[in-house]
Write a protein that binds this ligand. Sequence first.
Ligand code: FAD
Length: 524
Amino acid sequence: MQRRVFLSAVASAMLASGLISAPAFAATKIIDTDLVIVGGGLSGVAAAAEATDKGLKPVLLEKLSILGGAGNFPEGSLGIGTRYQKEHGIHWDVQRTVNRFLEFNHYRTNPNVIRQLIAESGSTIDWVVDKGVEIRGIRTIMPEEESFHCWHLFKGGASTVIAKLAESAKAKGATILMETPAKKLIMQNGQVAGVEAVNSKTGETVIVRAKKVILATGGFAANPGMIQQYVPDSSDPSVSEPIWLRSALVDGRTGDGINMAMRVGGATAGMSQVVGNAPYLPDRPPINQFNGEDWLKQGRCALAQPWLWIDRNGERFFNESRGSVFTEVYAAMTAAGGIMYNILDQAKFDQLMATGPLIPFNAIVTVGTPLKALPKTFEEGMKRGWAFKADTIEDLALQIGVPYENLKATMEKVNEYAKTGVDTEFGRKKEHIAAFDMEKGPYYALKGIRTYFLTLGGIKINRRFEALNGQGDAIPNLYMAGADMGGLFMDTDDIKVEGATSSFALTSGRLAARYAMEAIGHKM
Ligand SMILES: Cc1cc2nc3c(=O)[nH]c(=O)nc-3n(C[C@H](O)[C@H](O)[C@H](O)COP(=O)(O)OP(=O)(O)OC[C@H]3O[C@@H](n4cnc5c(N)ncnc54)[C@H](O)[C@@H]3O)c2cc1C
């Protein structure tokens, strides 16, 4: 039911009932519904599609003019026991995945929630496929022998998932209000009773009175103040920044859901954790290295190749063979001062152009794809201050600002390892150790910084995805989904359980919707 009224006619009644907080002069729209979902990203549209599948007609509020949020960018999601895996003879079981997740997080997680998210991950992938999304394969960014073979890549990426789920929800009666950010939760008698939102185009206040509210606003990766407050790794802003989805201005993930829940007593957990991602070229916005022009994508790929990674001192700090395991790289770079340089000589440059990378950049630039755009990468990168070319090692060291003696000694050590085939410092794979020509330039360097995909901390939940207060009691009628959930990750994302965060977003949206419907007695 929807009603459009002018505040002057209803202001006193609504103010008296506590439904709105302050006098306003624009029109006010009132909507009554069973379920309102705040945020139209992966978890929000999944919640809406699940609810409509089960016969409910929810309202979904999205702050921006496009649906999807960060959910437009994943290449794929975790699924255990999917039809696709069965058809392709891939066997992996839920228990092993749960065990791995618990161990990785040193048991500082919510096992009851994690078990549900992993156990349902397969049926979520099947459900998405039933909505019309195609799986284009299972890939891994782990060294092959370590892979769980669970990262299902969506044809067209996860933006197709967003489109199909939204289409399904709309067709089955969901109301989707775009450019309508929720501003606060409405409380009545200590219970959540809906949300107050604003149509950002017209200024109209939108009051959604609902039996249940799901907050799915994507965490706070795009809120610099919260990042500085909660994420110690980002204390030096010059070496770490979020992957802005389009630009710093149009990334909706500003912590709204978490803040709204905190204002009604929600307790947080894991707020310092982010899904770190490194190395990235210091080019803004970093998202362009993910889905922008080839010279940027290939530049990002070249940056992570197993040549020679050095820190500010010109010394190695990591096993370059694991350059695609981006959360490990983030952690190692954090410890090493936040930046790195990858050093190449002409032979390595030519090899990348002729036969392509040795390790992949996600599923974006795959092994063996010739990096034909590399000259343009360097042409642009030299103008932008993150690519360097020099005739001598000394000049390269000068350009990148590391001690020449250290750089030279580090390169000589690599040349020793190339002779023996054994990297005694970091265990780089034999096939990744290539000697440098110490006499003849040119030499090249690419600079890398740390970025992060998303935040992992949020509001604590119970096994029914209800938000909890500081005493551990459920806040009546309030549910959390996606990156607004807290207490699941004690450190970063475990990318061995590949595609977990997008999978958890989808499945948490579905489960939160189911629990909310069950609680209002909706027959499913
Ligand atoms: C570049 C990139 C690549 C990724 N690749 C992968 C991958 O391959 N595999 C994987 O598992 N994960 C991946 N992720 C992570 C994945 O995208 C997230 O885990 C997932 O999108 C989180 O879903 P969500 O619903 O919590 O948030 P989002 O999908 O970000 O959606 C949040 C939505 O809420 C809206 N919103 C915010 N505030 C309000 C408000 N007040 N009112 C109304 N709406 C609001 C936002 O505008 C946004 O649309 C990637 C992330 C990025 C950035």
